[in-house]
Design a binder for this molecule. Structure first.
Ligand code: F0G
Length: 460
């Protein structure tokens, strides 16, 4: 067989126009938005790489399932179809639907954590960390050292540092740790995968100390594909079987179905512990709804049931990972420094390395994101000092983040290769003019999640 291009394994049945704007218009829009792309109107964005969360396209089968949605308040058929799909892949006995991932996080941590507790993770996503801190517990990141070096190649940069986990348990005592978490793929660490060997090693440490292991499963299918491609012994296994094995080492999971559930809204919280699930469902009723719908419509549950199975399709995953790598390869070829190797759902540009003339206190990532919008109407997100740093309210002193990254997240099944080629052309022009890009100062902020609403002005 000749080697052929990896193509989009779908054809398009319904289209949504995207709008070209002029540079002059974009200058006005960006200024009105305080140089923060979160504050732009989406209709003024041409290619939207802000997030891969809830921005994917559903399949004809999912839309068909939506028509089958059973909207009964209790015991809907759609719930049973959803629960069966989740159990078939994840294997956990008890599953509660939630309106999205952070709702599952809130219910889990409110139930298992008390003030003073400690939750280790390879790297917490920001809502996970915020929900842990909200109940007075502490979120600790334990990535492997390789995970913190953007240009370094390593097949599983998302792994947890198992020795650091052992040391932490020895240091604080297992009684203060209600659970250990692994985020697959590691979003805040560059969309990098976790190996099966690492999951097994973390699981065995947890078992030895009697600690439950939870998986933040948002991008579980992408992680399964990386295991198949990169880890010895998995090349012949289906993504479904890899996922089943991976979850068999865990005691429960939180899930934002807005990623690898291939839907626009939804999530769930799963466990093998009956008593815990009963406690969680009491809380679920308070804010989400009855346990068989959990804040979702019956039709949403149907779409998730179909999406969870579609996402494990081999052709889909091969295309998905190849298309992210395609963007990464082209940006690298231009000379743009990116986190290597490319992750599953996004490419992360090292803005500090690309714009060394802009100090972290002048937000190089935010400056780059603004320039990408001005140059070609492309929207991305800063993951650096705006998102993770802080400003001392009295002294004005800025605490900077460890890395100044810009994330180009790729929505699932939405953009074609020529859209991505266009993004590369825009980035090539941005790169050519990089020395002219100026820094920013923050003129308004509302911590702790200041990146959503902060406003900026040119620093000069
Ligand atoms: N965990 C991870 C690893 C995530 O990436 C996200 C969301 C969540 C939990 C929360 O899920 O949004 O459904 O409440 N990440 C999105 C992003 C927002 O852009 O990366 P949610």
């Amino acid at each position: 067989m000749p080697t052929r291009s990896i193509i989009e394994p779908f054809r398009i049945k319904s289209v949504e126009p995207i709008r070209m704007t002029t540079r002059l218009e974009r200058e006005h829009f960006l200024e009105d938005a305080g140089y923060n792309p979160f504050l732009l109107r989406a209709e003024n964005v041409l290619i939207d790489l802000l997030t891969d969360s809830g921005t994917g396209a559903m399949s004809a089968e999912q839309w068909a399932a939506i028509m089958r949605g059973d909207e009964s308040y209790a015991g809907a058929t759609s719930y049973y179809r959803f629960a069966e799909a989740v159990k078939g892949i994840f294997g956990f006995r008890y599953v509660l639907p939630t309106h999205q991932g952070r709702a599952a996080e809130r219910i889990l941590f409110t139930t298992v954590c008390k003030p003073g507790d400690i939750v280790p993770n390879n790297t917490h996503f920001d809502t996970t960390r915020a929900n842990i801190e909200y109940v007075g517990a502490q979120a600790i990141d334990l990535p492997i050292a390789e995970g913190l070096q953007p240009e370094l190649l390593h097949p599983f940069k998302g792994n947890m540092d198992v020795d650091a986990l052992e040391a932490l348990i020895a240091d604080v005592g297992a009684e203060r740790i209600p659970l250990v978490m692994l985020t697959i793929t590691n979003n805040s660490g560059g969309g990098q995968p976790v190996s099966m060997a690492n999951v097994k090693a973390v699981s065995s440490v947890c078992k030895r100390h009697g600690l439950p292991l939870y998986i933040d499963a948002c991008r579980f299918a992408e992680n399964a594909w990386f295991i198949r491609e990169r880890e010895m012994g998995y090349a012949q296994m289906s993504a479904r079987d890899i996922a089943r094995e991976l979850f068999s080492y865990a005691d429960g999971c939180t899930m934002s179905a807005k990623k690898d559930g291939l839907v626009n809204i939804g999530g769930f919280l799963a466990t093998n512990d009956e008593g815990l699930s009963r406690q969680e469902s009491r809380l679920l009723v308070l804010t989400e709804g009855f346990p068989t719908y959990g804040g979702l419509a019956g039709r949403d549950l149907e779409a998730i049931a179909v999406g969870l199975n579609e996402v494990l399709d081999e052709d889909y995953l091969r295309y998905r990972i190849a298309s992210t790598a395609y963007l990464g390869r082209h940006l690298s070829d231009i000379g743009i420094p990116i986190v290597q190797p490319p992750g599953g759902h996004a490419i992360y540009i090292d803005a500090a390395a690309m714009l060394p003339h802009i100090p972290p206190e002048m937000f190089p990532g935010q400056a780059l994101v603004g320039e990408m919008y001005l140059e070609g109407g492309v929207r991305a997100v800063e993951i650096g000092t705006v998102m993770f740093g802080s400003t001392n309210a009295e002294t004005g002193e800025i605490r900077t983040a460890a890395l100044e990254l810009v994330r180009l997240a790729i929505p699932r099944r939405v953009y074609t290769q020529s859209h991505i080629d266009y993004v590369c052309e825009v980035m090539s022009d941005v790169f050519a003019g990089r020395k002219r890009i100026g820094g920013l100062r923050m003129v308004w902020q509302d911590p702790p999640l200041r990146h959503f609403t902060a406003r900026f002005a040119p620093a000069r």
